[in-house]
Design a protein around this ligand. Structure first.
Ligand code: NAD
Length: 477
C-alpha cells in the first residue's frame, strides 16, 4: 500500500480510505493509494510552511542548486526502477517510461544550474535614488499534476518552483501517483529538508480542490484539462492566488507540397502515437496541401498499418490507454466519425498477447475530417489522427487557427520565407519548423495561448512564473 509523503515521512491519510491502483495493460488492481482529504492538505501545507520559514528560505541559491543536482543524480541512478513503476502504473512502453525518468533527471539538472542565475535588475531613476527589483519566491506552491506524463510534469513544475526558492505541495493524478511518491523519497535521500516536497494523493474534487482553496498556498501550477483548469482558476480567483495553467491542445501538423515525405511521415506518426496519443501536444490534426494529399495519406496509411499495440512490458509502438473511461472516450469519438461518414484510411493492430481486460486502442488515421467536427475541434487524447486538405498558405493558417486551442504547431516546408511567415501567423505557444518536438526540450519555454492556458513552464522562463517581482526604491540623496 502506498502512503502520502509529508515532511519526509510516509503517512496514511486521515480519511482511513484508499483508492485501488489499476495496471492499464491488464485492467487488474495491483496496489492502493491513500484517498487524501482536506485535513491531509492542511498538514502538508503546514509542513511546507515550516520548512520554508525555518530552512529553505535560509539556504543560498547555490545550496538549493546543489540539492537539485543531487536529486538529479539520484533519479538517474534509480531511472530503471522509476521506469518500471511508471510502466505498470501508467501502461507506458519501456522506452517511453525510461525516457520520462531520464527527462525528470534532466529537469532537476537544468533547474539546479538555474538557481543562482536568477536575479533582478537596477533601474535608472531620479537623482538621489537607487532602484532595484528582486525576484522573490511565492512561498508555498501547489502543483496539480495529470496522469499522462507524471514524472516529466513533476520535474518541470516542482523543479522550477524549488529552484526559484519555493516549497511544494503536490497532488498527483489519482491514476498516476506511484513514481512521484518514490521521487519524493529519493529527494529526502538526496538531502532535501523535511517539508520541501510533500505529496498528497487522492481524487481531484477532494484533494485537488482542497489544495486550490487552501489559504496557505501562494501559487498554483495546474496541468490538466481545460474544464478543470477553469474550476481551478475560479477557486483561485476568490483569494487572488496566482495560477499557471497548462491545459490541452489540438495541435496541427501543416505539411506543404515541398516538404520531404521521408522526414515528415515518421515525425507525424510519432507525434500522434507517442504515449498512445495521450499527450497534450500530440500532433492530432494533419493539414496537407492538396497537391500531395493523396500520396501522403497513402504512405501514412501504410505506416499506421505497421503499428503494433500491446502490453507496456512488450515495448511495442503503442501501449494501452490509461483507464477504461479513456478507452470509452476514444470509442465515442470513433463512433461519431462513423455516424458522420468520415472515412478511415488505416488502423494499426492490437497484438494477440494483449489481455482483453487491458485498455487498448489501435492507432487510427481518419481523412477529410470537417474542420468544425468535434474530431477536429476537441482533444481525443488517444491515437487518432484527423487529416484534412488545404489549398494555399492562407487556407493552412485559417485551418490551423480554427480551434479554441493554441499549444504547439508543426510546419513542414522547404521554403525559408514561408517558414517565418507561418511561425508568425499560427497562434500557438510553440512552433516547430521541419521537426516536431511534441513539447520536448527541457530548455524551451512551454505553454499555450487561448484555451491551452497561460503562463510558461520549462526553460528559464518558468522561473519568472515561480517568482514575484519586488521593486525596492531607496532615496539616499
Ligand atoms: P484532469 O484535468 O482530469 O486532471 C488533472 C489533475 O487535476 C488531476 O490530478 C486531477 O485529480 C485534478 N483535479 C480534477 N478535478 C479537480 C478539481 N475539481 N480541483 C482540483 N484538481 C482537480 O486532466 P487529466 O485527465 O489528468 O490529464 C489530461 C489533460 O491534461 C488533457 O487535457 C491534456 O491536454 C492536459 N495536459 C496538458 C499539458 C500541458 O502542459 N499543457 C500536459 C499534460 C496534460
Amino acid at each position: 500500500m502506498q502512503l502520502n509523503y509529508i515532511a519526509n515521512t510516509s503517512v496514511p491519510s486521515s480519511s482511513g480510505k484508499t483508492i485501488p491502483v489499476i495496471d492499464p495493460s491488464d485492467g487488474q488492481v495491483f496496489d492502493e493509494i491513500q484517498r487524501g482529504n482536506a485535513y491531509d492538505i492542511d498538514v502538508a501545507v503546514g509542513s511546507a510552511r515550516g520548512c520554508l520559514d525555518r530552512v529553505w528560505s535560509r539556504l543560498s541559491a547555490a545550496e538549493r542548486g546543489r540539492l537539485l543536482m543531487r536529486l538529479s543524480a539520484k533519479v538517474t541512478e534509480h531511472a530503471e526502477e522509476l521506469a518500471l513503476i511508471e510502466q505498470r502504473d501508467c501502461g507506458k512502453p519501456t522506452q517511453q517510461a525510461r525516457a520520462d525518468a531520464l527527462a525528470l533527471a534532466r529537469y532537476f539538472e537544468f533547474y539546479a544550474g538555474a538557481c543562482d542565475k536568477l536575479h533582478g535588475e537596477t533601474i535608472p531613476y531620479l537623482d538621489g535614488y537607487s532602484v532595484m527589483t528582486w525576484r522573490e519566491p511565492h512561498g508555498v506552491t501547489g502543483h496539480v499534476i495529470p496522469w499522462n506524463y507524471p514524472m516529466q510534469i513533476f520535474g518541470r513544475s516542482v523543479g522550477g518552483a524549488l529552484a526559484a526558492g519555493n516549497v511544494c505541495v503536490v497532488k498527483p493524478s489519482e491514476d498516476a501517483c506511484l513514481s512521484l511518491i518514490r521521487v519524493a523519497q529519493l529527494a529526502a535521500e538526496a538531502g532535501f529538508p523535511a517539508g520541501a516536497i510533500n505529496i498528497v494523493t487522492g481524487y481531484g474534487h477532494e484533494v485537488g480542490d482542497a489544495l486550490a482553496r487552501h489559504p496557505g498556498i501562494d501559487h498554483i501550477s495546474f496541468t490538466g484539462s481545460p474544464s478543470i483548469g477553469t474550476l481551478i482558476q475560479q477557486v483561485a480567483a476568490e483569494r487572488h492566488c496566482p495560477v499557471t495553467l497548462e491545459l490541452g491542445g489540438k495541435s496541427p501538423q501543416i505539411v506543404f507540397a515541398d516538404a520531404d515525405p521521408d522526414t515528415v511521415i515518421p515525425a507525424i506518426v510519432n507525434a500522434i502515437v507517442q504515449n498512445a496519443g495521450q499527450t497534450c501536444s500530440a500532433g492530432s490534426r494533419l493539414l496537407v496541401q492538396q497537391a500531395i494529399y493523396e500520396p501522403l495519406l497513402e504512405q501514412l496509411g501504410q505506416a499506421f498499418e505497421a503499428l503494433r499495440v500491446g502490453p507496456a512490458a512488450m515495448d511495442l509502438d503503442v501501449g494501452p490507454l490509461i483507464r477504461q473511461s479513456q478507452q470509452q472516450r476514444v470509442w465515442d469519438f470513433l463512433s461519431d466519425a462513423q455516424v458522420a461518414g468520415i472515412p478511415m484510411v488505416a488502423q494499426g493492430q492490437i497484438v494477440d498477447e494483449a489481455p482483453e481486460t487491458g485498455f487498448y486502442q489501435a492507432p487510427t488515421l481518419l481523412r477529410d475530417v470537417p474542420v468544425m467536427h468535434r474530431l477536429a475541434q476537441e482533444e481525443v487524447f488517444g491515437p487518432v489522427l484527423c487529416a484534412m486538405p488545404f489549398t494555399d498558405e492562407d487556407h493552412a493558417v485559417e485551418l490551423a487557427n480554427a480551434t479554441r486551442f493554441g499549444l504547439v504547431a508543426g510546419v513542414w516546408t522547404a521554403d525559408g520565407a514561408r517558414q517565418f511567415r507561418m511561425a508568425k501567423r499560427v497562434k500557438s505557444g510553440q512552433v516547430f519548423i521541419n521537426n516536431y518536438g511534441a513539447g520536448g526540450g527541457v530548455e524551451l519555454p512551454f505553454g499555450g495561448v487561448k484555451s491551452s492556458g497561460y503562463g510558461r513552464e520549462k526553460g528559464f522562463e518558468a522561473l519568472h512564473g515561480f517568482t514575484t517581482l519586488k521593486t525596492v526604491a531607496i532615496r539616499h540623496g
